[in-house]
Design a protein around this ligand. Structure first.
Ligand code: NAD
Ligand code: LMR
Length: 328
């Protein structure tokens, strides 16, 4: 078998808690495949580079066969040079009592600077996943500032919400998660997101025929929408291992394909389902490999779902209006 060329993978926020779970999994081949050698680029701000030094030492000590190089830097020109996969994790997390959009003003500038640098230095096929919150609007900012890169090569993470929802349904129906399909998150990675069970199947049968409507509306939807806050209340800091897990799955499916399965990711709206171009919104998506994906088409949306989707898009438009000065 022909050996694959080494690809450069950049992770920002490399000293942070998500990165600590994420980096070894990328290095072991869980994200891009066990036959894909990688050069890992760890990026953080100057004040965090001492911690990054320790992360580098641990990464070296794992002696992962796929790791062909490690770079640690706070210089974006060096960090993003020729990258093909970028995970923008570095940003401030929220604390108890905050909504994710409360982070917008503090974090938005980071994504403007990083978008510009990606446009200048990354490979033209680079795929960027935005994890730092508020993720959808940060993805919009980064993509809008990255000249020469197709906005469809940027996406924001709603895979954690997707997996949280699958876990809730699997637990309710006492089935393994793999029995479930055709589930999706719509809208913003925020408390307005809409976890949509309308088309979901359990072993080929409609989930909606097996669960009560009151459970869906009063338990399932609010639990998924508020799960990030519940974790912050319990742990004192935001989700990390599960966020890293979702980032691995998002990038894996985006680059290798989702085998016809529906996944959730926030991508540029293209007019599908009446959502006008101009925001990054989560849709039901099938990834077809090599960074390509299709929004699942022709679903009938009932009035309940439409109302929920509209509310989340309204919030995305408000967030966008708040950062208009940073958009190109
Ligand atoms: P953390 O505080 O543990 O780490 C953040 C890291 O980012 C720190 O090392 C910090 O120095 C670094 N950083 C700050 N500014 C930077 C910059 N300009 N360039 C590079 N690095 C920078 O936070 P965490 O728990 O790892 O969370 C990171 C972000 O991910 C937060 O915004 C959090 O809200 C978000 N998050 C998103 C999801 C999601 O589902 N989309 C899930 C969990 C967390
Ligand atoms: C999550 O969903 O766990 C993250 O977005 C962190 C948060 O602020 O909720």
């Amino acid at each position: 078998m022909q050996k694959k060329p080494v690809v450069r993978v950049a992770i920002t926020g490399a000293a942070g808690q998500i990165a600590y779970s994420l980096i070894p999994r990328i290095a072991s081949g869980e994200m891009l495949g066990k036959d894909q050698p990688v050069h890992i680029v760890l990026i953080d701000i100057p004040d965090s580079m001492k911690v990054v030094e320790g992360v580098v030492m641990e990464l070296q000590d794992c002696a992962f066969p796929l790791v062909r190089g490690i770079t640690a830097t706070s210089d974006l020109a060096e960090g993003f040079k020729d990258v093909e996969y970028t995970l923008l994790v570095g940003a401030k997390p929220r604390s108890k009592g905050m909504e994710r959009k409360d982070l917008l003003l503090e974090n938005a500038k980071i994504f403007q600077t990083q978008g510009k640098a990606l446009g200048k230095h990354a490979k033209s096929n680079n795929l960027t996943l935005v994890v730092g919150n508020p993720a959808n609007t940060n993805a919009l900012i980064a993509a809008s500032n990255a000249s020469n890169i197709d906005p469809k090569q940027f996406s924001a993470m709603t895979r954690l919400d997707h997996d949280r929802a699958l876990a809730q349904v699997a637990n309710k129906l006492k089935v393994p998660v793999r029995s479930l399909s055709k589930f999706a998150i719509w809208g913003n990675h925020s408390a307005t997101q809409y976890p949509d069970l309308s088309y979901a199947l359990v072993d080929g049968v409609q989930v909606s025929s097996k669960v009560e409507k009151t459970w869906v509306e009063s338990e399932f939807i609010p639990t998924v929408q508020q799960r990030g806050a519940a974790i912050i209340n319990a742990r004192g800091s935001s989700s990390a291992a599960s966020a890293a897990d979702a980032a691995i799955k998002h990038m894996r499916d985006w680059s290798l394909g989702s085998n016809g399965e529906w996944v959730s990711m926030a991508v540029p709206s293209d007019g599908s389902y009446g959502i006008k171009p101009g925001v990054y919104t989560s849709y039901p998506i099938v990834c077809t490999g090599n960074g390509k994906y299709e929004i699942v088409k022709d679903l009938k949306i009932d009035a309940f779902s439409q109302n929920k989707i509209d509310l989340s898009i309204k919030e995305l438009l408000e967030e966008k209006a708040g950062v208009s000065a940073l958009l190109k």
